[in-house]
Ligand binder design. Sequence first.
Ligand code: DMJ
Length: 674
Amino acid sequence: MYSAAAAAAASPPRRDFISVTLSPEEAVGAGGYNNSKAWRRRSCWRKWKQLSRLQRSVILFLFAFLAVCGVISYTSMGEPWKSLTNKSLDDQRTETEIPGLKLANPAVLPAPQKADANLGDYPELSPQKLQKLPHVRRGPSNLQIKPPRRDVKLKTRHGTSRVVEELNQADKEEKTEKSVISWRGAVIEPDQSTEPPSSKIKESEKPSSVEDVDQKEPVPINERQMAVIEAFRHAWKGYKDFAWGHDELKPLSKSYSEWFGLGLTLIDALDTMWILGLKEEFEEARKWVSNDLVFDKNVDVNLFESTIRILGGLLSTYHLSGDSLFLEKAKEIGNRLMPAFKTPSKIPYSDVNIGRGTAHPPRWTSDSTVAEVTSIQLEFRELSRLTGDEKFQKAVDEVMKHVHTLSGKNDGLVPMFINTNSGQFTHLGIYTLGARADSYYEYLLKQWIQGGKKENELLEDYVRAIEGVKKHLLKRSQPNKLTFVGELAHGHFSAKMDHLVCFLPGTLALGAHNGLTADHMKLAEALIETCYQMYAQVETGLSPEIVHFNLHAQKGHKDVEIKPADRHNLLRPETVESLFYMYRFTGDKKYQDWGWEILQNFNKYTRVPTGGYTSINNVQNPSNPEPRDKMESFFLGETLKYMFLLFSDDIDLINLDKYVFNTEAHPLPIWAPA
Ligand code: DMJ
């Protein structure tokens, strides 16, 4: 083993090298291992003395050199290290704190000057404003409602993408929050936009429910409303158990039927669930819409039916819930329906293949139904307003303008068919307010209301048509002198009235409420009495599909006659719809009582014990009403919704100065206040 001591003894005294090695022998010495401090000090000193002068100088120099290096490197490396430490803390804060909290809860904001400066740069994004973004939206408290994307399109000069990210992050965080939110439709304020789509799109993309916070105590639900909720739950149970995701429930055979294969009942019922406060059901249905509602299907759908039920249902649910999922779906179906308008006359075809993007009239004709082509406007106009894409509104406005100019009307009354090639009315001379024409009249008034009562042509056509009804179609029955709306065929009056016509009292009342003459209200009162009698005079207390009124008094005859082919009841809404309007505008409790009778009779004759309600074949036979084994989607979309609203004393539960119902009972915002 080579040691310093041995080297020193064997070599000449002047050495050019240094070797410092600790040998165990030396360390331990003869006495073995001795670790005492005194011995170590002595031993080190002895060693030091044994070193040559040169060796000692070199060692001292080395120590001094290392000491100087140490001091220098400490001062030069300290700063970066310090800043690195601080930076990583900042980073942590940025990642874990800023996105949600900066927007939703300034109290826990980190206070980086940078962040404040950014907000200051963009007044639109001041903390107060940001809190107003739809993070706190009305709706079921545990629904994970995502604010509409357009909120992130707030104008920024150069910070857009960062803001977008932050808002997105805030969205995500919001999803985990349990907020205290009123669930009820009663408190929802629609967006009062004042301008048509072209100039107001981004701002008006706001759903109706976004801005306002509950101002007043919620009105408690009464017993009759509870009964409606119970009825809805029973209907929903059947649908859920046997028809989930399909178009209609067949409650007796415990199966389903498909019409378009688009979950029609589920979509039609969404906003009803929202209004009734059925949180769990809504959530479950929302999941289906999110995961399973697919429009890319090779399927023919009817333009009118899919517009009023699907597009209308999605738009109103978007407005009530503020959930952008429904707007996205509405946009998609809206786009897929557009090929219907590619016709020589621009009067749309009745059918569209939403997967292929093709459209066609029914196989036997190139005609479309007048009510169908003129009752899609509320929905497409609203879609334009929300998306900023004018094509939807343009297409449907063109239809209205064209129909406005057409000849073949009779004092404002329109025929039932219109040709998609020529754009002219066909089958002239037949006038009805029932099937194939009904909602033309309804949508004249409602478009005028939706657009802020500015579109005079619509109002003119409506008022003229009501005059036409009075002149040509109104008569009184015997023995009770019920005022009813009949039909005209080539100059011959028929005392036939569809149950569908019972939308008219409600529409007339709505017109009177919006400033039309008092005789509209008078007529509404007379007609709703008639519609009620169409139930009350029948053995089951349920109206048939069509009645004929007696014009001449005959002993033992009632006002209402029913033909065997017409004695079915499809759970239709029109009478309860009108009862709702009448009660809203008059406060007369008899309308609620009439509606209550009707609900009880639905429960008595159409309720299927295992879940669901069924249409029936014979309203005249209480012992066997002959169930038809089908629950129409409008029973949930319309009938039960209108019942619930009828029994409510809260005028803000879908306020009629803020919302206008489409013909499938889906409320859409009125664009401007009167
Ligand atoms: C619904 O689809 C709509 O109310 C439409 O306007 C007429 N028919 C049914 C209800 O009866």
